[in-house]
Write a new protein. Structure first.
Length: 272
DNA sequence: ATGACTGATCTCATCAGA
């Protein structure tokens, strides 16, 4: 099972890029962020045509998240994080796809920091962490996937010293990320590539893509129930170089099939 | 410290993004 995340930066303006990538990458489940579309203008028909069922939470102009499933309809389990009924920013949607509960999230940017936007980010992070603890306690196969707007370590930033006062890299935010993964979640890209510089975002400014001045801010966190099934992880970097590209590239993981694993185990047992 | 670039919007200017 292949699970991917892609901050599309406008799902309608980016539809050609998204469809091209879906056809090439053929992920089984996809988390999208920054739809930048009202609920009724989400391109559900075009995605259906491409073979994907979808659930989504839109919002005019900003934010918005969706979960796609290849040849299936995601079974929605939640939209919006618990803890603030007045929060209308469309940053979280959750659905079951292929036996995995997938939480698709778009963490607030938080700049400028300090300030009210940064405070909102930290509060949102606390709500995510509280909800993640419930999923963890339930012991279910789960993945928290999306644009976390956090570089977890120096290895995830092209020039760490330039970012220490930024809302994506301030100590409070890195500590929040460490606290979340400390519950037992596996940062899949980093687990698969422990020492490699991997980026998922390159600013439109200053020729960041051309200079490879990137950030790793899109993450796939796996619960213990599925972390052992991780077989591969990567970033589809080339997508960032396509015409009309998003400023993010898709990131993905592969999980081994549960049934295949059972077969392997049975076969091993049978061999003397 | 500023602004570069991009998409969306009740567009020809502003906001938000990261």
């Amino acid at each position: 099972m292949k699970i991917a995340t892609f901050n599309v930066n406008g799902v309608n303006g980016r539809l050609a890029v998204l469809l091209r990538w879906l056809e090439q990458a053929r992920p089984d489940a996809v988390c999208l962020q920054e739809l930048k579309t009202p609920q009724e203008k989400f391109p559900a028909a075009a995605l259906e045509q491409a073979g994907y069922g979808a659930v989504w939470q839109g919002k005019k102009s900003w934010n918005g998240v969706a979960i796609l499933a290849r040849g299936a309809d995601p079974v929605e389990t939640r939209r919006g994080l618990p803890g603030d009924p007045d929060d209308a920013q469309s940053r979280y949607i959750e659905a079951a796809v292929g036996g995995v509960l997938i939480g698709c999230l778009y963490m607030p940017n938080g700049n400028p920091a300090p300030g009210p936007k940064f405070d909102y980010k930290l509060r949102w992070f606390e709500r995510l962490t509280a909800h993640a603890a419930e999923l963890m306690a339930a012991g279910i196969p789960a993945a928290l996937v999306g644009d976390f707007n956090v570089m977890p370590t120096d290895l995830d930033v092209y020039k760490p010293e330039r970012w220490v006062d930024d809302a994506l890299f301030r100590p409070e935010v890195r500590a929040a990320f460490a606290g979340l993964t400390g519950q037992g979640w596996t940062d899949a890209l980093r687990a698969a590539h422990p020492t490699e510089r991997l980026y998922t975002f390159w600013d439109y400014f200053r020729n960041a893509w051309g200079r490879d001045a990137g950030l790793r801010i899109d993450h796939l966190l796996l619960s213990p129930a599925i972390a052992g099934r991780l077989t591969a992880a990567g970033v589809d970097r080339e997508v960032r170089g396509w015409p009309k590209a998003s400023d993010h590239a898709p990131a993905w993981i592969e999980l081994s099939d549960v049934a295949a694993k059972r077969t392997t185990r049975a076969r091993r047992t049978a061999v003397p």
